[in-house]
Write a protein that binds this ligand. Structure first.
Ligand SMILES: [Cu+2]
Length: 178
């Protein structure tokens, strides 16, 4: 039996597509969870930036900063997309609510702009914290010690920030280093 020429051509094209997509996708390396740029809570911060952090009750952190794309004021729990090699400061300027950066393994639910920490265990939060702890904690006033972070290529990945008051589960957001 002779196969129609058109069928052979289509089959060859499908084989080429299948082979090229095999090269692009490494099944052992799931892609990083890319933030959705259409989500208004996701901010691709341009260049180095200084984040000033206030709070809305026990519900949200409020971030203010300026970068070449504009000035942002009191943004509740933004997802911050940061760049390797740039330097960022995170400074708490109002009372209470110690601010901690953790790894992406912190147990949370929700999505960009509305994350909730799902653990209320201090030892568990500590276990997922970035170390040294004091370098990734911004204490409230009057200490006002800032976190100063220049992510390296080894830091590419996902992180969270959260309040160390265990009941303040909504004071949680994401940082993605790209
Ligand atoms: Cu808090």
């Amino acid at each position: 039996m002779r196969l129609p020429a058109r069928w052979i051509l289509l089959s060859a094209a499908a084989l080429v597509v299948a082979c090229s997509s095999d090269e692009d996708d490494d099944p052992m390396m799931p892609p990083l969870d890319d933030p959705d740029p259409s989500n208004p809570s996701v901010f691709e911060v341009q260049g180095s930036a200084d984040f000033t952090i206030r709070h809305d009750g026990a519900f949200h952190y409020l971030f203010s900063w300026t970068d070449p794309s504009g000035t942002y004021t009191d943004v509740p729990d933004p997802t911050l997309v940061l760049e390797v090699g740039e330097t960022y400061t995170f400074t708490r300027v109002t009372e209470a609510h110690p601010f901690r950066i953790t790894t992406g393994a912190l147990p949370v639910s929700g999505s960009d702009g509305s994350f909730l920490r799902t653990t209320t265990s201090t030892p568990e939060i500590e276990s997922f914290s970035m170390t040294p702890l004091e370098d990734f904690t911004s204490d409230p006033a009057p200490a006002n010690d800032a976190i100063l972070w220049t992510p390296t290529s080894g830091d590419v990945g996902d992180y969270y920030y959260t309040c160390l008051v265990v009941a303040h589960t909504g004071m949680t957001g994401a940082i993605r280093v790209r």
